[in-house]
Design a protein around this ligand. Structure first.
Ligand code: AMP
Ligand code: TRP
Length: 330
């Protein structure tokens, strides 16, 4: 028996990395057995910040589908589709925009941050579409009557806004058709990149998801370790070490021993990195192989996305009809 409906989405904005996997996808894969899951490649959301260069959009969508499938997201168990293929997302976004107070959108903390951040990189984010980002996200969630939304903690404010929009909709149109969606946050904290800052495409510090064992090992070897440690017998400081942070995520069994041995000057950085590479490659080499196989099957990827859109559309059309009815848009 299904425990409820799950909706989540991810922007197809370039190569997927391990941070995205630990922060979101790993959670989805765990949930897919117990819930009715709808997972969307949210290309319209990607347009809110990448409106000026859309030339990579189709490549990025295809890459994301390959990442999801190679990680183990099952198209038989879940609905996997591209947001813009189901037109009801755009339609509900428009209708919700009619009753969403401007002040609610302007006070979303990520809104002003991103205007400043991307603005300093020369991008003008003062657009109607970007302000409406959370409205589109609420439309995604409400369209499927989702009960749960697995996301990173950075999405908390957007989820809270969706819940407010649900309550407002019920009050305005005297109905009770949507569940109030609950966030499901992933266990993993923010994964650092190889330089110790948050792993992010814009910092160039990522380990790409689906990297080959050679690439993974090379990236681990580039990680900065404790600079005060000259000889292997010098006592190390695992709490300040990026490699150790990775050990805690990918090598949970050996991490406590490695911690003690590092502090005692009993294990060197080379051996420590070697142990990490072995553990990470045990996890990632299977994904890498699956990815390579899927890259050779573009027709299959297309079929998965077409099928997903068809299944999503059936639900979206039915729920949209009900929404329009209570709004007297007939
Ligand atoms: P982004 O690519 O930054 O839009 O993020 C897509 C998803 O991956 C979001 O749910 C983020 O919370 C998650 N994510 C991105 N970077 C990291 C990271 N370094 N560690 C953990 N989660 C991340
Ligand atoms: N804003 C989300 C992110 O950047 C992506 C997203 C779009 C989403 N629509 C959604 C997540 C609906 C959950 C539910 O990660």
């Amino acid at each position: 028996m299904s425990k409820g409906v799950i909706f989540s989405g991810m922007q197809p904005s370039g190569r997927f990395h391990l941070g995205n996997y630990m922060g979101a996808l790993e959670n989805w894969i765990r949930l897919q057995n117990d819930y009715d899951c709808v997972f969307s490649i949210v290309d319209l959301h990607a347009l809110t910040s990448s409106y000026d260069d859309t030339s990579k959009l189709q490549d990025n969508i295809r890459e994301m589908a390959i990442d999801w499938l190679s990680a183990g997201l099952d198209p038989e168990k879940n609905i996997i589709f591209v947001q813009s293929h189901v037109k009801e997302h755009a339609e509900l976004c428009l209708l919700l925009g009619m009753n969403t107070p401007l002040s609610w959108l302007e006070r979303v903390p990520t809104y002003k941050d991103k205007i400043v951040n991307l603005g300093s990189q020369g991008k003008d984010m003062h657009t109607y579409g970007f302000l409406g980002y959370p409205v589109l996200m609420a439309a995604d969630i409400m369209l499927y009557h989702a009960n749960y939304v697995p996301v990173g903690e950075d999405q908390a404010a957007h989820l809270e806004l969706t819940r407010e929009m649900v309550r407002r909709f019920h009050t305005l149109y005297h109905c009770n058709i949507f569940p109030e969606p609950q966030p499901v946050y992933s266990k993993a904290k923010v994964l650092p990149g190889i330089d110790g800052r948050k792993m992010s495409k814009s910092y160039g510090n990522t380990i790409p998801f689906g990297a080959s064992p050679e690439e993974v090992t090379a990236r681990i070897n580039q990680m900065v370790t404790d600079k005060t440690r000259i000889r292997k017998t010098d006592p190390g400081h695992p709490d300040d070490c990026v490699v150790f942070k990775f050990q805690q995520v990918f090598n949970t069994e050996e991490a406590p021993t490695i911690c003690e041995r590092c502090k005692a000057g009993d294990i060197g950085c080379v051996a420590c990195k070697k142990a990490l590479a072995a553990k990470m490659n045990a996890l990632l080499s299977g994904i890498h192989a699956k990815r390579q196989e899927l890259e050779k099957r573009p027709d299959y990827i297309q079929e998965v996305l077409d099928n997903g859109a068809k299944r999503a559309q059936v639900i979206a059309a039915k729920n949209m009809a009900e929404i329009k009815k209570v709004m007297n848009v007939l």
